[in-house]
Write a protein that binds this ligand. Structure first.
Ligand SMILES: Nc1ncnc2c1ncn2[C@@H]1O[C@H](COP(=O)(O)OP(=O)(O)OP(=O)(O)O)[C@@H](O)[C@H]1O
Ligand SMILES: [Mg+2]
Length: 445
């Protein structure tokens, strides 16, 4: 049973709706409210809220201030390249446009304090004003007097104002020297798995029942919780993969009660997503497109028509062709295929017919970059070889998973690649550039 927030200074209704909007953070919100005290009384000068990423620091603080309609200024220090911008945003939110524009150019902390004092004497606080400084650790890199100044702003400007600092970093790392005014500390612990489940399940989809969504979140956390506990990321992944989860329901293959079927459908998909999306190798949009493409590929008949969606740059096609040849031809045959005047090569030597197994059955073999380039320049030959951009095209092919990089991280100087496309695919590509690839494949001689 969640704790109901209580406070004599605010209406029960507001507190009720505030409690509902802060699942799993009732305790922290209630501490914060207690620290803030009665609206018309002075509150503690500064409060320091810390906790890991996405632990709800910004969310809870701002919800409390907004829901209870308290006068406040919320500023993210990331957006303030200079202290001037920071001062301006604070004054703007607390006292309005004209106030903010009376700051001098490149104002110092004392300019800010002077102006603030003047403004609040014209407009005395009826209730505590709050200044929220998000990503407060950045204050340390700004002018040295800024952080100490904000910590005891209440005293400097002689106003009923409280500064709330939010940071991922613990307070100990903020003390450059002694004599800093110590704020009250409030810690936001990480969400547990059960809490994440509860928060994420609240996002349920309008056209599906709540229990189904909750079941989906349970599967999602089962896959991702070991590698990712960030609420923001998880929420993004949940939204991204939900349509896939619903697919069997949409096309009538499963009912909502067929939980096992739904699980079997989504789990491998999520595992795949874990490898790519979370590592941010590719963007979510790209990933979705890739999945769609792979699905289409699996369904459509093989042949040129199946690959019409692959539109590679002209020379990338040749690179891919070269890669295919390097992967499926034995290196010793390169001379015969790609050297114009390869001289005499004994036919028996070249065609070792006792080599019964086809290279195509063995699968692609890795090859070094220089071999790829040698073959590439030989096959583009008459078509004017490009000079630059070959390397970037190779890495694009790797990104598209048409080539795979094999070998270890420590072999930076000699990367090896494998061609990852099928014979059908490469034949289709070759046809688009009028290259008769079969003539160059050892297996088909
Ligand atoms: N208890 C909660 N209920 C619902 N949503 C939440 C809750 N806690 C956090 N969120 C959501 O998770 C996201 C991250 O929360 P928030 O921005 O508050 O994290 P933070 O602690 O400020 O992280 P950072 O240090 O990265 O700024 C937000 O989109 C917020 O809406
Ligand atoms: Mg934040």
């Amino acid at each position: 049973m969640p704790v109901q927030l209580q406070h004599s200074g605010y209406s029960a209704e507001k507190l009720q709706s505030l409690t509902e909007s802060l699942p799993c953070r009732e305790a922290q919100a209630s501490t914060l409210l207690a620290l803030m005290g009665e609206p018309d009384q002075y509150s503690y000068p500064s409060i320091f809220i810390y906790g890991h990423r996405a632990s709800g620091k910004s969310y809870v603080t701002l919800r409390v201030l907004k829901e209870l309609e308290l006068p406040h200024a919320a500023v993210s220090c990331v957006e303030c390249v200079s202290p001037g911008l920071l001062f301006e945003q604070v004054l703007l939110s607390l006292f309005g446009h004209t106030a903010a524009s009376s700051l001098p150019r490149c104002p110092s902390l004392s300019d800010f304090v002077r102006l603030y004092k003047q403004l609040c004497s014209q407009n005395p606080a009826k209730q505590t004003r709050y200044i929220v400084l998000d990503r407060a650790e950045l204050l340390r890199d700004m002018e040295v007097n800024l952080l100490p100044g904000f910590l005891r702003l209440q005293e400097l400007v002689d106003d009923n104002v409280t500064v709330i600092l939010l940071s991922e970093i613990v307070w100990d790392k903020f003390r450059p020297n002694t004599g800093l005014f110590e704020p009250l500390l409030l810690h936001f612990p990480d969400y547990t798995k059960a809490e994440l489940q509860k928060i994420l399940a609240r996002d349920s989809h309008p056209s599906y029942p709540q229990e189904l969504y909750s079941f989906y979140i349970n599967i999602l956390l089962g896959v991702f919780y070991s590698v990712c506990r960030d609420l923001r990321e998880l929420r993004h992944l949940a939204a991204l993969n939900f349509p896939k989860f619903c697919e069997p329901l949409e096309n009538g293959e499963a009912k909502e009660s067929d939980t096992h079927k739904l699980w079997r459908n989504i789990e491998p998909h999520l595992k795949k997503a874990m490898q790519t999306v979370y590592l941010r190798e590719i963007s979510s949009v790209q990933w979705e497109q890739q999945q769609e493409m792979m699905e289409k590929e699996a369904m459509a008949p093989k042949g040129l028509s199946a690959y019409t969606h692959v539109e590679l740059p002209y020379y990338s096609k040749f690179l891919l062709i070269a890669a295919y040849l390097a992967s499926y031809n034995p290196a010793r045959t390169d001379r015969r295929f790609f050297l114009k005047h390869h001289g005499k090569m004994k036919k028996t030597n070249f065609l070792k017919k006792h080599e019964k197994t086809s290279n195509h059955l063995l699968g692609p073999k890795p090859f070094p970059l220089d071999r790829l380039l040698a073959i590439f320049y030989s096959v583009v030959d008459s078509r004017v070889a490009p000079t630059a951009s070959v390397f970037s095209q190779i890495s694009s092919l790797v990104t598209l998973q048409l080539l795979t990089l094999v070998g270890h991280d420590d072999q930076l100087d000699s990367p090896k690649y494998k061609c990852a496309v099928s014979l059908d695919f490469i034949c289709a590509i070759s046809r688009t550039v009028s290259f008769d690839i079969v003539r160059y494949l050892y297996d088909f001689l």
